[in-house]
Design a protein around this ligand. Structure first.
Ligand SMILES: C[S@@+](CC[C@H](N)C(=O)[O-])C[C@H]1O[C@@H](n2cnc3c(N)ncnc32)[C@H](O)[C@@H]1O
Ligand SMILES: [Zn+2]
Ligand SMILES: [Zn+2]
Ligand SMILES: [Zn+2]
Ligand SMILES: [Zn+2]
Length: 495
């Protein structure tokens, strides 16, 4: 993908040479680039320019180039060397644009991951994306956005100079798709793109970049084996703004988990269980077969081995605690259901797929938040009503990949209540298992309004619990969401 165009005529830095002064700042102050312990920082200083530059080797990697400035009290250059004085908590936003910061980085010959300026593109030119296309006589040209250079430095380049095959393919794919969407058919012999088309292509390229960054971020945050892909071939929606990836429940203030006090002492929890192993301690059955597939019916609880058990992580009674094992993709649904999740691998029937994690809140708090979410048209509340309706999992802000799993009236995931380190029956963990074999590429869904037949005469455990959080028995009307699951027996509404 990298482009290496020799002899590019550029003098990007002419106007910026010398101490950098931002006219938008107070004229008695200057905005200076400084090397600090953490790397590189911009500082607003009430001292005359130019300042003696710190006697340090240029930092190899600029990590600290945040868009913030530290306010400093005036002091002598000697003091400055010894210990910079800071006004505690006094930080102002940097007024410089991203483009200027990139230029400054280049001027100082620094690399900065945040600004996409690296050793390679400091001296070399790499195409970040293509923005426009034209044909002059018989020669094709592309407008190039150079990686690490501001958009003002975009240039038209003849195709023969471009070696970014994948970017070229992607550009033409996006172009053709959009032309068909707008005009119903492809146009041959196009010599120029109209402005709205080229600006769409730039938006698409920027979106791809943002989604790639988000995908990378999610994979850094996950602590499970299954990887996460992100894909949007439907619209220009970018990464969700208010979503933080977590791997396990985030327990709110004032909510205490009751840690399990005992573990099992089986030699082999599967073939030589002592007193029914961990599930036996609460008169429950062992939940899994030797392949880790759940074999008890939905509605029955799963008690896995815990940290007090003598067995190791290879024990067949440790499944949910090992986390997500399948590679998955968060994708934009084509029929207005927002994002959804599809598996990239085959999942066998009754296998553990993922846990529903989020913030644990009280049901009163859930009712309050539920009304806000209703107005926003999406819900992420899962009521933990295994024994009584006290707590709710809210995955709206903190969540894992289950945040993106949609509803279906004929789902391929089934919910189970799981207890591992915590034995408070009011706080089960929520685990999804495959109801049937799921093929690679299939969307994963569960029933938001699931009803499970009572397991025995006195038990009514496990019934509807998603989205209606905090509303059990409440006379208040919920906003009805029309179901677009598209299955044969669709109930037409999510709730
Ligand atoms: C837990 S979220 C699922 C992820 C969501 N699609 C997103 O983009 O974040 C639940 C919301 O997704 C939408 N949704 C899920 N399943 C749906 C369905 N079958 N039909 C219509 N909308 C659905 C509704 O807006 C619902 O409130
Ligand atoms: Zn055991
Ligand atoms: Zn055990
Ligand atoms: Zn065990
Ligand atoms: Zn439906």
């Amino acid at each position: 993908m990298a482009e290496n165009l020799k002899g590019q005529p550029r003098d990007l830095f002419g106007p910026l040479r010398g101490p950098y002064q931002d006219k938008s700042l107070n004229p008695t102050t200057s905005l200076n680039l400084h090397y600090t312990e953490g790397g590189f920082a911009l500082r607003l200083e009430a001292v005359p320019v130019p300042l003696p530059s710190p006697e340090m080797e240029p930092a190899k990697e600029c990590q600290a180039l945040g868009r913030t400035l530290e306010c400093k009290t005036p002091q002598s250059p000697q003091q400055e060397k010894e210990q910079p004085l800071k006004l505690p908590g006094c930080v102002v936003s940097c007024k410089s644009s991203w483009d200027r910061l990139q230029d400054l980085c280049r001027l100082e010959k620094l690399s900065c991951a945040l600004l996409d300026v690296n050793k390679k593109n400091l001296f070399d030119f790499e195409v970040e994306y293509l923005c426009d296309y034209k044909k002059v006589q018989d020669e094709e040209f592309y407008m190039v956005k150079w990686k690490g250079y501001p958009e003002t430095q975009n240039t038209w380049e003849p195709r023969k100079n471009l070696k970014c095959t994948n970017l070229l393919k992607q550009f033409h794919k996006d172009l053709e798709k959009e032309v068909i969407r707008r005009e119903g058919k492809l146009r041959k012999g196009v010599r120029r793109l109209d402005q709205s088309l080229s600006s769409y292509l730039v938006q698409k390229a920027k979106q791809r970049k943002a989604l790639r960054q988000w995908e990378h971020h999610l994979n850094v945050k996950r602590n499970h084996n299954g990887s996460i892909k992100v894909e949007n071939e439907v619209d220009l929606e970018g990464p969700p703004k208010d979503f933080v990836y977590i791997n396990e429940y985030k327990v709110g203030d004032g909510i205490n988990l009751t840690e399990v006090a005992v573990g099992c002492e089986c030699k082999n929890c599967y073939i030589d269980a002592v007193d029914g192993c961990c599930p036996g301690a609460s008169q429950n059955r062992f939940a899994y077969n030797d392949q880790g597939q759940v074999k008890i019916r939905a509605g029955k609880p799963i008690y896995e081995c815990n940290k007090r058990c003598l067995c190791g992580m290879d024990c067949p009674n440790r499944v949910v605690q090992k986390g997500i094992q399948y590679d998955m993709c968060i994708f934009r649904t084509p029929n207005h259901r927002g994002w959804g999740v599809r598996t990239l691998e085959k999942i066998r029937k009754n296998s553990f797929v993922m846990e529903y994690v989020g913030e644990i809140i009280t049901s009163e708090e859930a009712e309050r938040r539920g009304q806000i979410y209703d107005r926003q048209g999406a819900t992420y509340l899962f009521d933990l009503d295994y024994v009584e309706d006290v707590y709710t999992v809210d995955a709206a802000y903190y969540g894992n990949i289950s945040h993106f799993v949609n509803h279906s009236c004929n789902p391929n995931l089934q919910v189970y209540n799981v207890f591992i380190e915590n034995i408070d029956e009011r706080l089960p963990r929520i685990a999804f298992f495959a109801t049937r074999t799921i093929r690679p590429g299939e969307e994963l869904t569960f029933d938001y309004n699931m009803q499970v037949d009572p397991v025995d005469a006195e038990s009514t455990r496990m019934d509807s619990n998603f989205g209606l959080a905090g509303m059990a028995g409440s006379p208040k009307k919920r906003v009805r969401i029309e179901c677009k699951c598209g299955t044969e027996g669709c109930r037409k509404y999510l709730f």
